[in-house]
Design a protein around this ligand. Structure first.
Ligand SMILES: NC(=[NH2+])NCCC[C@H](N)C(=O)O
Length: 411
């Protein structure tokens, strides 16, 4: 893919030197969480925003100090809606996807949002709209008069700081994902507008391997680019097996270098919602793994067949051997979360002990609180960039979940 190096997107591994990454600093959307909403909005607790932002700034600073260009979702999204016609379309799509029904309420919201500058409009779209914000705008909706105890007219999107999930960079293209839950599916609108309208990406012929109008779900936390030939995808609580097959068919057709997708069938449970919560790549031949998935794990290989067909096979070997075979390695080390101790590993995995973000081969960003696993990573020669994550981890995501690489160097 070397002639593609000018592409605004270029990711051929999980570990190549990270050049450009997309983040979102958590904002007021997190302060619109209430205990009643937590379950539906996929949080287990309410982060203290001030501290979460400080922790996030430290994360961004760590990346910048290591030569990474940090882009923010909120900035790209507001730059993408500069043209009046695009901004208007964005508002209509946003209202549709927020299930704002009834012309009276829509008119009230259009009026309310018309005063916001682009940056404020994006922030507002992210943070949600409380009913009481509309008290000055005359409303003619019967629904509003009748259903008066629900405090929002538009729900917040508190998971936006997990930029890993709504879309994923693979090669020079993306999957623009269809998410399992409504709350996260709404987040994909920002990526849609960015890739279609932002000058950095528009008219750059960015291939889309999977689109958000699909009916089956695929989430970025399940998509790992192991090399320029091999992609791993989790079949998980969030990603359907059929989505992996669709991705394979599209990506193999497109003349990219990818030849194999390894589908990891992992237990469907909250703590392991994506493959990257239990398995990440930290070096050419080293991976973190949560020991609890090793027993139940089944891996299927999907390879390019003749005439646009694909071959699907269940792999019978142990994970080390499967990785050795497809990545052409003579040795593979699996580094177990907290060394495999049943208590320490489940505690640290819950707070993303296995969820590392590689910024170069053998160099990863990790949360300080997972000190048992971090020490074991260091003993394996991995350089750890340690960041605080006491508040950030309450959303059940770690450094890999909080970042979407746009460009990495080849390995
Ligand atoms: N790539 C990841 N593992 N992301 C974690 C996302 C956490 C988020 N609260 C969710 O449940 O969707």
């Amino acid at each position: 893919m070397s002639d593609n190096k000018k592409s605004p997107l270029y990711v051929t591994s999980e570990i190549g030197k990270l050049k450009t990454v997309l983040l979102h600093r958590p904002g007021k959307e997190v302060e619109n969480l209430t205990p009643d909403l937590m379950g539906r909005l996929l949080f287990d607790d309410i982060p203290y925003l001030k501290v979460a932002q400080e922790e996030h700034n430290y994360f961004a600073k760590t990346l910048k100090e290591n030569g990474v260009e940090v882009l923010y979702l909120e900035e790209l999204a507001s730059e993408a809606i500069q043209e009046k016609e695009v901004r208007e379309r964005f508002i209509e799509d946003f209202l549709d996807e927020a299930n704002v029904d009834g012309e009276g309420l829509r008119q009230a919201l259009r009026k309310y949002l018309s005063d916001f500058k682009n940056e404020e409009l994006i922030q507002k779209a992210m943070e949600g709209i409380r009913k009481k914000e509309l008290s000055n705008v005359k409303m003619k909706s019967l629904a509003d008069l009748a259903d008066n105890d629900y405090p929002f007219v538009v729900d917040p999107m508190p998971n936006l700081y997990f930029t890993r999930d709504p879309f994923a960079t693979i090669g020079t293209g993306i999957t623009l994902n269809h998410m399992r839950t409504e709350t996260r599916n709404r987040e994909t609108i920002f990526a849609k507008y960015i890739f279609e309208n932002h000058p950095r990406f528009k008219d750059k012929n960015i291939p889309i391997w999977f689109n958000r109008d699909e009916t089956s779900s695929l989430e970025g936390g399940d998509e790992l680019v192991l090399s320029d030939k091999v992609i791993a995808v989790g079949i998980s609580e969030r990603t359907d097996a059929i989505s992996v097959e669709k991705l394979a068919r599209n990506i193999f057709k497109d003349g990219q270098t990818f030849e194999t997708i390894l589908a990891f069938n992992i237990p469907k449970k909250r703590a392991f919602m994506h493959l990257d919560t239990v398995f990440t790549m930290v070096d050419y031949d080293k991976f973190t793994i949560h020991p609890e998935i090793e027993g139940p794990l089944t891996v299927y290989s999907i390879t390019k067949g003749d005439n646009g067909e694909i071959n699907i096979k269940e792999e019978n070997a142990i994970l080390e051997d499967i990785l050795k075979k497809y990545l052409g390695l003579s040795n593979v080390t699996l580094i177990r979360c907290a060394g495999g101790d049943p208590i320490d590993s489940s505690r640290e995995q819950w707070n993303d002990g296995s969820n590392t973000l590689a910024i170069a081969p053998g160099e990863v960003v990790v949360y300080a609180r997972n000190y048992v696993t971090n020490k074991i990573l260091q003993e394996h020669g991995i350089k750890t960039h340690i960041i605080p994550g006491s508040e950030l981890s309450r959303g059940r995501g770690g450094p890999r979940c909080m970042s979407m690489p746009l460009v990495r160097e080849d390995i």
